[in-house]
Design a protein around this ligand. Structure first.
Ligand SMILES: NC(=O)c1ccc[n+]([C@@H]2O[C@H](COP(=O)([O-])OP(=O)(O)OC[C@H]3O[C@@H](n4cnc5c(N)ncnc54)[C@H](OP(=O)(O)O)[C@@H]3O)[C@@H](O)[C@H]2O)c1
Length: 277
């Protein structure tokens, strides 16, 4: 098998755990090659992606802040990428053209399925906090999974209106000041803001109106246990951490590049967890 390369573009990129995930799988499945973090400045995404074929890359992942720009550059784009206007996976085709995919929706839902197999989207309202790029993927994933009511709340209200218009479906736009009242009757809450991430303050959200049987998800994975997840766990709610989403979106990428469907082993999860705060 020829030596293969893949990587992730982002800015900044030093914090990415994707190299550790893909290099673990390359070793486990005996694929000769490497996966690297590539710092690509805003404004340089086009030249960077167009260089992939000549550099012998099988493809790359795309992370903040480049997912939307990459969606404009690729030659073909999958249905989820079209609906979100963002791609996080690029595959270099044999003719050098670039195929773009969005696997964040898949990663989020697979992580929920793995960590909370009894949860059903149609079981009741979901509350999504945030209206950035990740929120788009989470809202679409919940819709496709059968959610009948998604209560969407963001600090900057105009972005919730834009996201609701983009995705359509059963999205109810609420105001940031109403976020605690919005928890009443919910069966799931998802934090897609950056609040609670390492270097950021905790998300300000008291959970007293949240039913005890609701599942609380945070897509932040560093720290693994955000203040929100800690508070939810302390009052008896079940929780889904953000590392599962990262691991599950990586699986179809690895398979698309190297033809092997990789396993998320306990050893892999533990090794990534050991690098988190
Ligand atoms: N686990 C995974 O695989 C995965 C994948 C993607 C993203 N993520 C994580 O998800 C988070 C969001 O990513 P993104 O791509 O959606 O980023 P983004 O597009 O920059 O969106 C950031 C979101 O955070 C909100 N926010 C920022 N500061 C806030 C504050 N002080 N109070 C309340 N809300 C605030 C923003 O609200 P405004 O609109 O008001 O600014 C916006 O909704 C990041 O922590 C990222 O690491 C995880």
């Amino acid at each position: 098998m020829p030596f293969r390369a893949a990587g992730v573009i982002g800015w900044p990129i030093f914090q990415s755990r994707s190299p550790a995930i893909h290099n673990y799988w390359m070793g486990k499945y005996g694929i000769p090659g490497t996966y690297i973090a590539m710092p690509v400045q805003p404004g340089r995404v086009g030249p960077a992606l167009r260089g992939l074929a000549a550099l012998g890359f099988a493809g790359c992942n795309v992370t903040l802040p480049h997912k939307e720009r990459a969606a404009e550059i690729v030659d073909t784009i999958d249905a989820v990428g079209q609906r979100t206007g963002a791609v996080n996976l690029i595959v270099v085709q044999p003719d050098g053209s670039l195929s773009g995919f969005n696997k964040d929706c898949y990663g989020f839902i697979e992580s929920v399925r793995e960590q909370e197999p009894l949860w059903r989207a149609a079981g009741g309202p979901a509350v999504v906090l945030g209206a950035g790029g990740a929120a788009r993927s989470v809202v679409l994933a919940l819709m496709d999974e059968g959610s009948t009511e998604i209560r969407l709340i963001n600090r900057t209200h105009g972005r919730t209106e834009q996201l609701a218009a983009l995705v359509g479906g059963p999205v109810r736009v609420l105001h940031w000041g109403d976020r605690e009242a919005a928890l009443a009757g919910a069966t799931m809450v998802v934090n897609t803001t950056n609040q609670g991430m390492i270097g950021q303050p905790a998300l300000e959200l008291r959970l007293h109106d949240l039913p005890a049987n609701a599942v609380v998800c945070d897509i932040i994975y560093n720290p693994l246990e955000t203040p929100l997840l800690g508070a939810a766990r302390a009052r008896g709610n079940r929780v889904v951490d953000g590392l599962g989403m990262l691991l599950h979106q990586a699986r179809p990428a690895f398979e698309a590049w190297f033809g092997v469907s990789p396993e998320i082993t306990a050893e892999l999860r533990t090794s990534i967890e050991a690098t988190l705060r």
